[in-house]
Design a protein around this ligand. Structure first.
Ligand code: UDP
Length: 374
């Protein structure tokens, strides 16, 4: 690397790459437009309640990859945490992800696992062989009744379009279980940092060779020949010259109450007549802390405008052509590597961002040590 690499964005992806380079003896600059590090994982204490607030929505660290778990827990203490979610459908509350309790309560039955499996298979649409859309995936998995109660309305609110236009991969994030296991994730390693994500990312970045510049907007035209690792939106790097890829942004409406307001960290709202997708009660993400007051957040999803923060890449089925043109353009652009959820326009979780960032750093450091151009 002739010039010090520039890393744009101080979320997990950027911080991990910066650290790997710094430990290998390279100076790096991390340029961050916001006034803080940690990207959308950023957490801070709410002054009024003392509760640790997940400022950009709930983040639970979970992974099946032990190496990544060992990596992330190097940077601060993680507390054991097993995520559970409920969903309100009309006047009733059900357990998620769909499990035996959900099925029995929804259909007013007392099935054992095999009976429930057979019953749901009867509901499911067996004519859908290789589902491509979210809707087909849901109908082929659980049939129309469970789909409409738990997925259709929520997904329309969350993504602002019909589930027929969304990829099946979104639903594949959620397990379907025929036992009473109501853990939201299947992963064996799960936890939440004792003091939030901000100090974790700060410790990753805390190295004499890493220079973090906050409140600084990076201009892609101004690369100065340095290699750039870009974790901003993929289309944003190219000034949207092929058009705008779709993202969803979120509006957070906070409210404070006494005691325990909803009794659970996340309550989803399955139907469209409730305008928000979910309510988060932040203190339940840190059950090791005690607070008399509580801080809750209603989460509203909407189309991301030019001045909004992008949270979710939509990846509409008919958006594929524009995306692949951007991917071609990215591949043909020398001296830039696109990283993270926004840079690669994929719905990535934190553990995958970290894994990919470690891999990217290794590829570049290996090339450097072999004298190949980076
Ligand atoms: N989903 C749904 N109903 C729910 C929860 C999730 O239909 O009650 C769908 C929805 O399309 C959502 C996707 O499953 O975007 C993935 O859910 P996840 O909980 O992983 O979303 P995240 O926490 O990343 O927003």
């Amino acid at each position: 690397m002739s010039k010090s690499p520039v890393i744009v964005g101080a979320g997990f992806s950027g911080a991990v790459i910066a650290r790997e380079f710094a430990e290998a003896g390279h100076d790096v600059r991390v340029i961050e437009a916001r006034s803080h590090v940690a990207g959308n994982c950023y957490t801070e204490r709410d002054a009024e309640t003392g509760v640790l607030l997940h400022v950009y929505g709930p983040h639970i660290f979970h992974t099946a990859n032990e190496d990544i778990w060992n990596y992330v827990t190097r940077w601060g203490s993680f507390m054991p945490y097993s995520h559970r979610v409920q969903t309100t459908v009309g006047e009733k509350v059900f357990s998620l992800p769909i499990n035996l309790l959900t099925i029995n309560q929804f259909f007013n039955k007392a099935f054992r696992p095999d009976e429930a499996r057979a019953f749901v298979a009867e509901q499911a649409d067996g004519t859908i062989i290789d589902p491509q859309s979210f809707e087909d995936q849901a109908l082929s998995m659980v049939g129309p009744d469970l789909y409409e109660a738990f997925f259709k309305g929520y997904t329309e609110k969350q993504w602002g379009c019909s589930p027929t236009e969304l990829p099946a991969s979104i639903l594949k994030r959620l397990p379907l279980r025929f036992n009473y296991d109501d853990s939201y994730f299947n992963h064996p390693f799960q936890g939440i940092p004792e003091h939030g994500y901000t100090p974790i990312v700060e410790s990753i970045l805390d190295h004499p060779r890493i220079d973090v510049q906050l409140n600084t907007v990076f201009d892609p035209k101004d690369t100065d020949d340095a290699h750039v690792f870009w974790s901003g939106p993929l289309d944003g790097y190219f000034d949207h010259k092929l058009g705008r890829l779709g993202y969803r942004t979120l509006d957070f409406h906070h409210f404070r109450e006494e005691g325990d307001w909803q009794g659970t960290p996340v309550m989803n709202y399955g139907l469209r007549d409730v305008p928000y997708t979910r309510i988060t009660e932040h203190k339940h993400f840190a059950p090791w802390e005690e607070h008399e007051k509580t801080l809750c957040t209603r989460e509203y999803s909407r189309e991301c405008g030019p001045d909004d923060i992008p949270y979710y890449p939509i990846r509409l089925v008919d958006e594929k052509a524009m995306l692949s043109e951007y991917v071609d353009l990215a591949r043909a652009t020398e001296n830039v590597t696109f990283i993270g959820r926004l840079g690669t326009y994929r719905y990535l979780d934190m553990d995958v961002c970290i894994k990919e960032a470690l891999d990217v750093a290794e590829t570049y450091l290996t090339a450097h040590s072999e004298g190949r151009p980076i």
